[in-house]
Ligand binder design. Structure first.
Ligand SMILES: [Zn+2]
Length: 257
């Protein structure tokens, strides 16, 4: 069940104060004043043909008992906040989320480095968002690392935060670790993103037309031109394919060492 290669070690709440020296250099979505050029519209249109390769695993006992169920329930594993050593959120600084109407894609705007650990990056982002920006938690509801591992961020019952001009109420936000102005998302990360998007669309009764890139709704380069191009094109068929049999989110309890 555990994915190989994970660099996760559960931390007790409060231990997150360790190794935060990287936090100062981290920033979330760049609040670029320039309007992105060649902004691609993100209006996915459902398509019948696709060949997405969902990165999901078959749970041992969740096969559907329905006689007409040709599809088997699949799960999409999410690493819990403890896996990256998250500190407790400050609920008094957050708003209750509105009914979910959009799934919005972001990037962290920091290039991935060969030896960087997702848990360190996420704790650094949390420190920046809580201590500098005075938000109640990391701004985003989910993070996806280049490994394809998905991490819990802010509780989706609370509205995301942003320094740009859009109102994130009603959005579920996914932040991809990296800077996709200048690097390509990995196949693993894109696969996990597609499957997470499909799950969220399905569970909130939304369609592929309800996916947005941050730059679709605010003046920002986020989530980068390369990822935005993927979202506007190939991802449409991948999401349509994943929507045929959306997986079930499962927060894993036993984190890989
Ligand atoms: Zn963003």
């Amino acid at each position: 069940m555990a994915r190989s290669g994970a660099v996760l070690t559960p931390h007790a709440t409060g231990a997150a104060a360790l190794s935060l020296s990287i936090a100062v250099s981290l920033s979330s979505c760049k609040e670029a004043a320039n309007t992105p050029q060649d902004a691609a519209l993100l209006q996915p249109v459902a398509s019948a043909s696709a060949s997405a390769a969902p990165k999901v695993e078959l749970p041992p006992s969740s096969a559907s008992a329905h006689s007409d169920a040709a599809e088997v329930a699949r799960t999409l594993d999410i690493q819990p906040r403890q896996a990256w050593g998250a500190r407790k959120s400050i609920e008094g600084r957050m708003r209750k989320n509105a009914s979910i109407r959009w799934v919005t894609i972001h990037h962290t705007a920091e290039r991935n480095r060969a030896n960087s650990r997702a848990s360190d990056v996420l704790r650094g982002i949390q420190t920046l968002h809580v201590e500098t920006k005075k938000w109640g938690d990391v701004a985003y509801h989910y993070f996806i690392a280049p490994t394809g591992i998905i991490y819990e961020g802010r509780d989706p019952r609370f509205t995301a935060d942003t320094a740009t001009e859009y109102d994130p109420a009603g959005h579920i936000t996914i932040s991809m670790l990296g800077n996709f102005e200048s690097e390509q998302a990995t196949t693993e990360a894109k696969s996990s993103m597609v499957n997470l998007i499909a799950n969220l669309l399905s569970s909130h009764r939304l369609t592929a037309n309800d996916v947005r890139a941050h730059r679709d709704v605010a003046h920002t380069l986020c989530p980068g031109k390369l990822l935005t191009a993927y979202l506007a094109k190939e991802a449409q068929t991948d999401i349509a394919s994943a929507l045929k049999s959306p997986s079930i989110l499962r927060v894993v309890s036993n984190v890989a060492p």
